[in-house]
Design a protein around this ligand. Structure first.
Ligand code: FAD
Length: 392
């Protein structure tokens, strides 16, 4: 019998704790039973399948990462990584839904919220009874948003008035709230707000026509004299420092997306190479195809090692910005190379959704560009190793 495709060539995932293994198994089961049968349909329709929420709720995944008071479990980053890995192996959009809610939105309140705000939102978020979104990027640009943020807030009595636009905001078309980052016109400080769905002056339009992550619903948000009570301003936000802290926490998760997506594509390609015949032999017996497969496996193995190490560093409190940035740069680039080789291995079938690899191929383009583009993360590492900043 031919060996079953297994991208964990060095058995790196064999060293996990029983709880971590159980979470991996649960996510694998969920992806196979609930997501795989519907994902191509929803991906084509440009729509997030809301019916997944009750099923996801049963897995209770957020409690593997976060405590109810907003502190993190001792192995939170490893756990998040494993959830992301197993989700992306099948479907990156599902992992992105989770990453936006359980990472960006949850962390904004956990790090920037008062005790009262945490008590109001975090338990509901843990149970997926309230879904969150994270609104930072603007139409004029994501890379420069720390310096060029145009969305403004202005204090008016016991409320704040928000004006501006946000682009690409995942989950925002159906979320219960979006964390909106805005610059205070008086002090110049960056502030964060919990803007509840339905607030007058807050409008969300779904972005149509994406060629990647089509199952994630991204919104373009307009804020027009949108009044938010001061009690919904994130009380513990200390300017851009807090926003950056949230992004630092979640960047490791995006690095894991690159590993999971590449792993899934490699495993699909290997299976196909073992069974697809040309010239009377499986294509996997041709040297050039074996070269593709080994190159993919090398990428996946190296990227997995990098992310495991990064996550252990994060959980030990040793991860710096440049560590997360380097992992994101490397795994996204290796993923891009891997999905291209995997797609190529499928020949013409590689561009058909039903063969699976086409979705990985397309979704990688989003991984490559969000949570800091390849260039911006490269410059973060460059600044750290040279002591010279390319940004100023
Ligand atoms: P730009 O900033 O305009 O960059 C364009 C190009 O210029 C890039 O190649 C960039 O690397 C390069 N560049 C810019 N500055 C420099 C420089 N100094 N040196 C060299 N090159 C440079 N944002 C949210 O807030 N919330 C979300 O939920 C969210 N989800 C997203 C989901 C998807 C599918 C996508 C595509 C994006 C999402 N984003 C989200 C936004 C994302 O983070 C931004 O797209 C990203 O930060 C890049 O910003 P930009 O697209 O405006 O590109």
């Amino acid at each position: 019998a031919l060996p079953e495709p297994n991208g964990d060539f060095y058995g790196q995932l064999g060293d996990l704790t029983p709880e971590q293994q159980a979470v991996r198994t649960a996510v694998r089961g969920f992806m196979a039973a609930q997501v795989a049968p519907i994902m191509n349909d929803y991906w084509s329709r440009d729509e997030f399948p809301r019916q997944l929420l009750p099923e996801l709720r049963k897995l209770d995944l957020l409690r593997r990462v976060w405590n109810e008071d907003g502190t993190r479990k001792p192995d939170a980053t490893v756990m998040e990584g494993l959830i992301t890995l197993e989700a992306c192996r099948v479907d990156v959009s599902t992992a992105v839904f989770f990453g936006v809610h359980a990472g960006l939105a949850f962390a904004s309140i956990a790090l920037g919220g008062s005790d009262a705000q945490k008590a109001e939102w975090l338990p509901k978020m843990l149970d997926l009874e309230a879904v969150g979104a994270f609104g930072l990027t603007e139409p004029e640009g994501g890379s420069q948003v720390s310096q060029g943020m145009r969305t403004t807030c202005r204090r008016d009595g016991d409320a704040w008035v928000l004006n501006g636009e946000k682009k690409w905001i995942g989950n925002s078309t159906f979320s219960d709230f979006t964390v909106i980052w805005a610059r205070d016109v008086d002090s110049g400080e960056v502030r964060g707000f919990i803007v509840r769905a339905g607030t007058p002056g807050y409008r969300v339009r779904k972005i149509e026509g994406k060629i990647a992550l089509r199952m994630v619903e991204n919104g373009q948000i307009t804020l027009e004299d949108c009044r938010v009570p001061d009690s919904d301003r994130l009380q513990e936000v200390r300017g851009w420092r807090t926003t950056a802290e949230v992004l630092r926490l979640t960047r490791a998760g995006v690095a894991w997306q690159g590993v999971g997506c590449a792993l899934g594509a490699y495993e699909l390609a290997l299976k196909y190479a073992q069974t697809r015949e040309q010239f009377g032999k499986p294509i996997g017996s041709f040297q050039l195809i074996q070269n593709h497969l080994v190159h993919m496996l090398g990428n996946v193995t190296g990227a997995l090692a990098l992310c495991l190490r990064l996550s252990h560093m994060a959980d030990a409190g040793q991860m710096r910005d440049e560590h997360a940035a380097l992992a994101k740069v490397v795994t996204a680039a290796r993923c891009r190379e891997t999905v291209a080789l995997a797609r190529e291995t499928f020949g013409g079938n590689g561009i058909l959704l039903e063969y699976g690899v086409a979705k990985h191929f397309a979704d990688t383009e989003a991984i490559y560009s969000y949570e800091g583009t390849n260039e911006i993360n490269t410059l973060v590492v460059g600044r750290a190793i040279t002591g010279l900043s390319a940004f100023v």
